[in-house]
Design a protein around this ligand. Structure first.
Ligand code: ADP
Length: 255
C-alpha cells in the first residue's frame, strides 16, 4: 500500500499576546492508502491543531508533513475536511450545497455535476436534492455534508468530531453509516473524536495523545475477527470491550 500521509517530528505552538501555548510536540506517524486512523486524547490537547496542520491551515514550527510523497506546500493532493457542524447553507438546496466545494475550486463540469447526482442517489438523498437543509434530519444533513466532501474526490479525509453535534441515537447510526461509506469508497481518513466507542468502531488504528502539549502516547492497531467488519458488528464483538478498556486506561494514566 502507498503512503498517503507522513508526519515527522511535528512541533507547534500558538503565540498570543499572553504568551506561548505549546500545542504539539514531536508528533510522527504515517497513513497508508485506504487506511482509517482515529485520534483520541484529552480535551484541549491539540487534536484539532493537528488536523489544521495536515490540512495546511497552519504551518508546523518544526518537522515535516508529506502528502503522497510531496511536501504539503508543493502537494496538489485534494484534502477533504469535515467539521462538527455540517455548514450547509439554508439558502441553497441540498444539491446546490453539494456543488459548493466544486464551485469554489473551479471544478464544476458536466462530469462533476453528474457525480454529485450519483453520490446523492447512492447515499439515499436523491429525493431531497431540491430540499433545503432545514427539511432534513440531522443524520441526513451530515450525509449531505459528506457527499459535498466526497464529490471533490479527496485523497485524504480529515474528520473533526463530525458527529458530536448529533443526539446519541442519531450519532450511533450516522457514525456507523458514514464509516461504512468511507470503507466502501476506500478513503484514507483521520478521525478526531473524544468518543472512544466511535474511534474503535471505525478505525484500523487508534492513536492516543497525551495531554497538552500533545505527543503520541500509544498507537493501538484494531484487529477484529469478524466475517463482515462493520462498525455495528465491531460494537458487538468481544474484542470491542478489550480495546475500550485498554484505551480508557491509557487515557487516564499519567506517565
Ligand atoms: P483539541 O482539539 O484537542 O481539543 P485544540 O487543538 O483545539 O485541542 O487546542 C490545543 C490547545 O491550543 C488548547 O489549549 C487551546 O486553548 C490552544 N489553542 C487553540 N487554538 C488557539 C489559538 N488560535 N490561539 C491560542 N491558543 C489556541
Amino acid at each position: 500500500m502507498d503512503q498517503v500521509l507522513e508526519l515527522k517530528n511535528i512541533h507547534y505552538a500558538y503565540h498570543t499576546l499572553e504568551g506561548e501555548t505549546s500545542a504539539l510536540t514531536d508528533i510522527s506517524f504515517s497513513l497508508k492508502e485506504g487506511e482509517f486512523i482515529s485520534i483520541v486524547g484529552p480535551s484541549g490537547c491539540g487534536k484539532s491543531t493537528l488536523l489544521s496542520l495536515i490540512s495546511g491551515l497552519l504551518e508546523p514550527e518544526k518537522g515535516l508533513i508529506k502528502i503522497n510523497g510531496k511536501y504539503l506546500r508543493e502537494s496538489t493532493t485534494n484534502v477533504g475536511y469535515m467539521l462538527q457542524h455540517d455548514e450547509l447553507f439554508e439558502w441553497r438546496t441540498i444539491y446546490n450545497n453539494v456543488l459548493l466545494g466544486l464551485e469554489i475550486q473551479h471544478m464544476l463540469t458536466a462530469r462533476t455535476k453528474e457525480k454529485a447526482h450519483e453520490l446523492l442517489d447512492t447515499y439515499g438523498l436523491k429525493k431531497f436534492e431540491n430540499s433545503r437543509p432545514s427539511e432534513l434530519s440531522g443524520g441526513m444533513r451530515q450525509r449531505a455534508a459528506l457527499v459535498r466532501t466526497l464529490v471533490l474526490e479527496p485523497d485524504l479525509l480529515l474528520l473533526d468530531e463530525p458527529f458530536s453535534a448529533l443526539d446519541y441515537q442519531t450519532r450511533l447510526n450516522v457514525g456507523d453509516d458514514i464509516g461504512q461509506i468511507l470503507r466502501r469508497e476506500k478513503k484514507s481518513a483521520i478521525l478526531v473524536t473524544h468518543d472512544l466507542s466511535e474511534a474503535i468502531s471505525l478505525a484500523d488504528r487508534v492513536i492516543i495523545l497525551t495531554k497538552r502539549p500533545a505527543t503520541i502516547k500509544q498507537t493501538i492497531p484494531l484487529i477484529f475477527d469478524l466475517e463482515e467488519d462493520t462498525p455495528l458488528n465491531r460494537r458487538n464483538a468481544p474484542e470491542f470491550k478489550t480495546y475500550f478498556n485498554l484505551i480508557w486506561k491509557e487515557l487516564n494514566t499519567d506517565e
